[in-house]
Design a protein around this ligand. Structure first.
Ligand code: C2E
Ligand code: MG
Ligand code: MG
Ligand code: MG
Length: 288
């Protein structure tokens, strides 16, 4: 009897697994097709220096514009793209488009710095060639490019990571640690690797100033980053209270819905023009 139940449970289990495999294969196939048909579009979210009110740059965030009109967020396809290796081709596309767009914007909107997310699969020695190709094709100076890498990606193979980071740094490209605080936050690499920026994960920013633990974590990261001469960016800033807290604790840069959601290229350019003519980035609420 127990065996029978176990058997049924196992069949359900393998069925679920097959469904998952089938689902993933279907997603893989449509990502491939999406790449062929150019369905992936880059959105841009501004990063603001809260001490000056100036926009320092933006993050490139990919979206999948399906033929049926839906806009799929990255968390629904990046993991599959990562598992299948398709993220390499996808990431190359994002990097290239983002560099071309940023170069195009430079004359009108200023020398903005574009931050591009790099997945674990992309963070290999051949990344250097791909980055160089994107810079050469776009004409974007390396000083206007930042690559965002998570702690987890970086810690997978330390010697290789250091070698890649050093070569990127030699080219004048900046490195940001993304989702800081959610992985192995090691003081060792902060001190010894050529890192320019740490981005405090949104999960810590969300409940400040109310949550005492998060408030302590955020202010500690800000202080540490400043003492190590790193740019510190708070992710996911949505409210005046969060902004006041960050300002009071010396955090210089923020990114979040408070200023703007990620926008398609045209929308971002319009948003930037409005910010430039106002002389400051303002906030979503103050521009209502
Ligand atoms: P991330 O790099 O940490 O990007 C920040 C995410 O937080 C973005 O989600 C952004 O839209 C969201 N966000 C920013 N401000 C706020 C806010 O105030 N409130 C809230 N609720 N959310 C905010 P998104 O665009 O859905 O991207 C999710 C993740 O997908 C990214 O996290 C990144 O890990 C990955 N991703 C996005 N684009 C790419 C890409 O081109 N390549 C790779 N490899 N990964 C990407
Ligand atoms: Mg990022
Ligand atoms: Mg992040
Ligand atoms: Mg994140």
């Amino acid at each position: 009897r127990a065996k029978e139940q176990g058997g049924a449970r196992f069949r359900r289990f393998t069925q679920a697994m097959n469904d998952d495999v089938t689902r993933r294969l279907a997603i893989e196939k449509s990502i491939r097709k999406g790449l062929e048909n150019d369905e992936f579009v880059v959105f841009y979210q501004p990063r603001v220096d809260i001490t000056t009110g100036q926009v320092t740059g933006m993050e490139a965030l990919v979206r999948w514009a399906r033929p049926d009109g839906t806009l799929v967020p990255p968390l629904e396809f990046i993991p599959v793209a990562e598992d299948t290796g398709l993220v390499v081709a996808l990431g190359e596309r994002v990097l290239r488009d983002a560099c071309i767009q940023t170069r195009r914007w430079t004359d009108e909107l200023g020398p903005l710095r574009i931050a591009v997310n790099i997945s674990a699969r992309q963070f290999q020695p051949d990344l250097l060639d791909r980055v160089q190709a994107a810079l050469a094709e776009s004409g974007l100076p390396p000083s206007q490019l930042e690559l965002e890498i998570t702690e987890t990606t970086m810690m997978r193979d330390l010697p290789t990571s250091v070698a890649i980071l050093e070569r990127l740094a030699e080219q004048g490209i900046s490195i940001a640690i993304d989702d800081f605080g959610t992985g192995h936050s090691s003081l060792y690499y902060l001190k010894n690797f050529p890192i320019d920026t740490i981005k405090i994960d949104r999960s810590f920013v969300r409940d400040v100033p109310g949550d005492e633990g998060d408030a302590t974590i955020v202010s500690t990261i800000v202080t540490m980053g400043r003492n190590l001469s790193l740019n510190v960016v708070a992710e996911g800033v949505e409210t005046d209270d969060q902004l006041d807290f960050l300002r009071a604790h010396g955090c210089r840069e923020v990114q979040g819905y408070y200023y703007s959601k990620p926008l398609p290229a045209d929308g971002f350019a319009d948003w930037m023009r409005a910010a430039l003519s106002a002389g400051t980035a303002g906030s979503a609420s103050s521009r209502k």
